[in-house]
Design a protein around this ligand. Structure first.
Ligand SMILES: [Zn+2]
Length: 347
């Protein structure tokens, strides 16, 4: 999924177009009131011509900037370029060095402010966006001298992260407190996660549809079956085969069939303080899969729901790449906005 803004904004060095309305009173008639030359920082343009206008209604004067310019020293193009370099993993210092090769001198602090401003704008754009299907996954990022747990929410419609929680995904209460307002604001109806216990609790409490990533399920069930293959008495090996087949085809009656298998197996014989026998482990597996079956199959009835959580993992990968150099963040909000931005731009 490529979401990068490939087209940098145009920068004009002058404009003959008159302003549409007065920035103060929205009046629509003006007089020209002089012209100034303004030096700008940009990769092509060095100077722009800016007309001043006087509003005929409120008599105030204002500057009308050519496309791609604002009252800032740098053009919009240069600002976005600096942000792109940063999200690609370059340090402020390295970005400044590249720009100086293009004969543009930009300070460390300017790039820092550009990144912060873009991150805020990104958050604002996403603030009320409807997102039906959302991927959640925990990660660790370096910050304040050690690894910090974060929870990342990704809009699976676009693959872009839109919220970051400074919480541990293993804590269902914390996940729920953080997720509930997001569910309200964005109209989330389905979450896609790995099969960590806390997500099941949260999905139930918040009455959300829940798809468990099938890569995760296949990985751990495959591992468990492989171990059981060695330990389960031979006359029960056919059960393992059935489980494999059910997971591969995910039939709608899978839950019932797993439950029926569970009933066929002998009940618990080991004492509570003894290790579980292989057959008992198999029985536990059957019950767990039977109970979670609906969570494996949401994607079959809802085309917008993916069957794995890969887009979320990719966004986290992009963040981690950037996270190596966000150690300098002094506060969580700064870190949050920086990481969200980093996770958004695909390479
Ligand atoms: Zn006016």
């Amino acid at each position: 999924m490529s979401i990068v803004v490939l087209k940098l904004p145009d920068v004009k060095h002058k404009t003959e177009e008159r302003p549409k309305c007065c920035p103060y009173c929205k009046g629509e008639t003006f007089q020209r009131w002089g012209r100034v030359s303004k030096p700008v920082k940009d990769v092509h343009v060095r100077q722009v011509k800016v007309y001043r206008y006087r509003c005929c209604s409120c008599k105030r004067t204002f500057r009308h900037y050519p496309e791609g310019n604002t009252r800032a020293d740098q053009t919009e193009r240069l600002r976005l370029l600096a942000v792109l370099m940063w999200t690609c993993g370059l340090s402020h210092r390295a970005s400044r060095w590249i720009l100086s090769g293009l004969k543009v001198l930009v300070s460390h602090m300017t790039i820092w402010r550009d990144v912060q401003a873009e991150a805020q704008a990104h958050k604002k754009r996403k603030q009320w966006k409807a997102m039906r299907v959302v991927g959640l996954d925990g990660a660790y990022v370096l910050g304040w001298g050690e690894k910090q747990p974060v929870l990342v929410a990704v809009d699976l419609g676009t693959g872009e992260p839109f919220a970051l929680g400074y919480i541990n995904e293993y804590d269902p209460q914390a996940v729920r407190r953080w997720l509930a307002p997001l569910v309200q604001r964005h109209g989330i109806t389905v979450i896609v996660t790995d099969d960590l216990f806390s997500y099941k609790v949260v999905a139930e409490k918040l009455q959300l549809g829940h798809q468990v990533c099938q890569f995760h399920v296949r990985r751990w069930v495959g591992k468990t079956l492989k171990q059981l293959q060695e330990t389960v008495p031979k006359e029960w090996l056919w059960v393992l085969e059935q489980v494999r087949e059910l997971l591969e085809f995910l039939p709608p009656d899978g839950s019932k069939r797993l439950f029926a298998l569970w009933k066929q197996l002998p009940g618990r014989r080991s004492k509570p303080d003894q290790a579980r026998l292989a057959l008992e482990q198999l029985r536990d597996l059957l019950l767990r899969l039977s109970q979670d079956w609906q969570r494996y199959c949401v994607f079959q009835s809802e085309p917008q729901v993916p069957w794995t959580n890969n887009p979320t993992e990719r966004a986290i990968g992009r963040m981690k790449m950037r996270a190596r150099t966000v150690r300098g963040y002094k506060s969580w909000p700064g870190m949050e906005s920086g990481l969200l931005l980093a996770g958004t731009f695909a390479r």
